[in-house]
Design a protein around this ligand. Structure first.
Ligand code: 9Z3
Length: 315
C-alpha cells in the first residue's frame, strides 16, 4: 500500500484524542463475536458492521463548535433491521441522536406523544401508537437479548474511525463471513487534534481562517490490512446526478470495494444503484406497498451477493 497514505493514517490515529472506554468497547466486541461465531461451533452467524449517521469535526478541543456531515441515520437503522431478519448479527456503529433500529416509525417526541398519564400512578400508551410502541420494544429486546445487536455510539470523526478500526481487526477472524456496510457520512476534512485551539475560538478578532486537512481514505486500509477477507460495501452520495455513477465506479475501483451503493440526496429513499464490477443494478422502493422502503430489496440483494462471495471463497 502507498506509504504516504499509511503515514497519513498513522498520524490521524496518533493525533486523535484517546477513545473513552476503549477497554470496555474491546470487551463488548470480543464477547459479541465469540457469541455469534464460536471458534468451535456449528451455529456461526455472519456478522455485519453497519455504520450510520454523520461524523462531526470539532473545531476546538473543548468543543463548542463543529462541522457536521448530513445523515439522519434512517438508512443504517432500517438496514440493520433487515440484516437481523436475514439472520445476521449486527454491530451498529452510529452517530448519537440519529435514527435507531426498530424505532423508525415512532414520532420524534415519542416519549411525550406515545404515552399518557391516566391517573396519578398510571402511564399508558396512547391508542394510535400502541402497535408501534409494542413492536419497537419487542423487536429491540429480542435482538439485544438474542445477542445479535451490538450498538456502539460515536459523535466525532475520531471516535468513529477508531471504533471502525477496532471492529475491523476484531472481526477479521471470521474471514469472508464478515461484512461492512458503510452508510455513515464520514467527513472528508478535519482539524488535527494537535493544531486545534484548546478553548472556544473568540469572535472579536474578525473573520476566521482555518485550515482543514484531508481525512485519509480508510477504505483502502480496511480492505487491505484491517479485514482483507471481509465483504465491503461503501456508499457514494452526490447531489448532482450527472456525476454520481462515475464517482461511485471510481470508488469501487480505487478502494476495491465489492459494491458501491450510489444515491442522490433528494431521491435516496426511492432508489439507489448498486455499482459492481459486473454492472450496475438499480434498486427501487416498491411504491405499490404502503410503508415500504428501498432498504428491503437492497439488503436482499446484498445478502445474496454476500452468499455468493462466501461460496466463492470456499469456506
Ligand atoms: C450515504 O450515502 C447514505 O445512503 C445517506 C443516507 C447518508 C445518504 P440517511 O442517513 O441518508 O438515511 O438520511 N452514505 C455515505 C455518504 C458519504 O459520505 N459517502 C462518502 C462519499 O460519498 C464515501 S464514504 O464520498
Amino acid at each position: 500500500m502507498d506509504s504516504s497514505l499509511l503515514s497519513e493514517i498513522e498520524s490521524f490515529f496518533e493525533s486523535a484524542p484517546p477513545l473513552k472506554d476503549r477497554a470496555g468497547i474491546a470487551d463488548k466486541l470480543k464477547e459479541f463475536i465469540e457469541l455469534n461465531s464460536p471458534p468451535s461451533g456449528s451455529s456461526r452467524r455472519r456478522i455485519v458492521c453497519v455504520t450510520s449517521g454523520g461524523t462531526t469535526v470539532p473545531l476546538e478541543q473543548r468543543c463548542v463548535r463543529y462541522i457536521d456531515n448530513f445523515s439522519s441515520g434512517h438508512r443504517g437503522a432500517a438496514s440493520t433491521e433487515y440484516f437481523i431478519k436475514a439472520g445476521y448479527a449486527v454491530i451498529f456503529l452510529y452517530r448519537r441522536g440519529t435514527y435507531q433500529p426498530y424505532c423508525r416509525s415512532l414520532p420524534d417526541n415519542a416519549f411525550l406523544e406515545c404515552f399518557e398519564v391516566t391517573d396519578e400512578s398510571t402511564v399508558q400508551v396512547s391508542e394510535p401508537h400502541s402497535e408501534a410502541v409494542k413492536s419497537a420494544i419487542r423487536d429491540h429486546h429480542a435482538a439485544v437479548a438474542g445477542g445479535v445487536l451490538l450498538k456502539l455510539p460515536f459523535t466525532t470523526i475520531f471516535e468513529c474511525l477508531q471504533m471502525l478500526q477496532m471492529i475491523a481487526v476484531s472481526i477479521r477472524i471470521i474471514g469472508p463471513n464478515a461484512m461492512f456496510y458503510l452508510a455513515a457520512a464520514v467527513s472528508d476534512f478535519y482539524v488535527p487534534w494537535r493544531s486545534m485551539a484548546e478553548h472556544k475560538i473568540q469572535s472579536g478578532s474578525g473573520p476566521l481562517d482555518m485550515r482543514l486537512v484531508q481525512v485519509p481514505k480508510m477504505l483502502s486500509v480496511l480492505r487491505k490490512e484491517w479485514a482483507p477477507m471481509a465483504f465491503c460495501i461503501s456508499f457514494k452520495l452526490e447531489t448532482d446526478s450527472k456525476i454520481l455513477l462515475k464517482k461511485a465506479d471510481m470508488a469501487l475501483k480505487k478502494y476495491e470495494m465489492h459494491a458501491v451503493v450510489a444515491n442522490e440526496l433528494s431521491t435516496r429513499k426511492e432508489e439507489v444503484v448498486v455499482v459492481t464490477n459486473n454492472g450496475n443494478i438499480p434498486v427501487y422502493r416498491d411504491k405499490t406497498q404502503a410503508g415500504s422502503d428501498v432498504e428491503n430489496p437492497l439488503i436482499k440483494l446484498l445478502v445474496d451477493r454476500h452468499s455468493a462471495y462466501i461460496k466463492d471463497s470456499g469456506t
